[in-house]
Design a protein around this ligand. Sequence first.
Ligand code: SF4
Length: 230
Amino acid sequence: MTSQLLETSESLSPHTLLDQVLSNFTGRCCITCSFQADDMVVLHMLRRRLPEIPVIFLDTGYHFPETYSYRDHMSAAWKLNLINARSEVSVAQQESEFGILNRTDPARCCQMRKVEPLMAALENFDVWFTGLRREQSPTRRDLKKIERHQLPTGRSLSKISLLADWKWAQVAEYMSANAIEYLPLYAQGYSSIGCEPCTSLPANPNDPRSGRWSGQKLECGIHTFSTRVK
Ligand code: SF4
């Protein structure tokens, strides 16, 4: 990744930035995908250029049935190279040993079911595309379109957020313009969709993530476990 690209990336459109990243970097690419609209937009852009790109879905075992159906439907329709990243501990084993952690200790549950599987999956890649946007949360307002991150093992990779400066209206416009189906839960009023036990309808209509973890926390940890290298 050239220093010039790092300097200019913030002013580039998603498509131009994607072109620049792909021509300046030759490592192994992946995208993490929750199958929410932001990720579907980035995936739509990427698959035109990298149809075989590995699509990492954090399969916690706690997703809504609608999310699993939509994942399977879109994976077949778009012929995705889907990787279901899972904990080595099944939901049944975890609940038997520790109880319902998503009620008693959601940070530990997220660590076991999201962070550790993602850390293991990312070890295989050099470029990590995400659908993160600054608008989504106060914890994301300093997000850069290109960041260098170090994993706990010491390996580094580039984290690319093509939509960092996009607003929700731009996501919706892209979805409509490209006739991309939405995860059906949006039609029920959900605006940020994660695991079923930790997702409710937004308490604050102006805060799309206010239905996550009943407001107890803002992030599951998958975007905070790695160390950003300045
Ligand atoms: S979002 Fe909830 S159910 Fe999912 S891994 Fe985190 S605590 Fe567990």
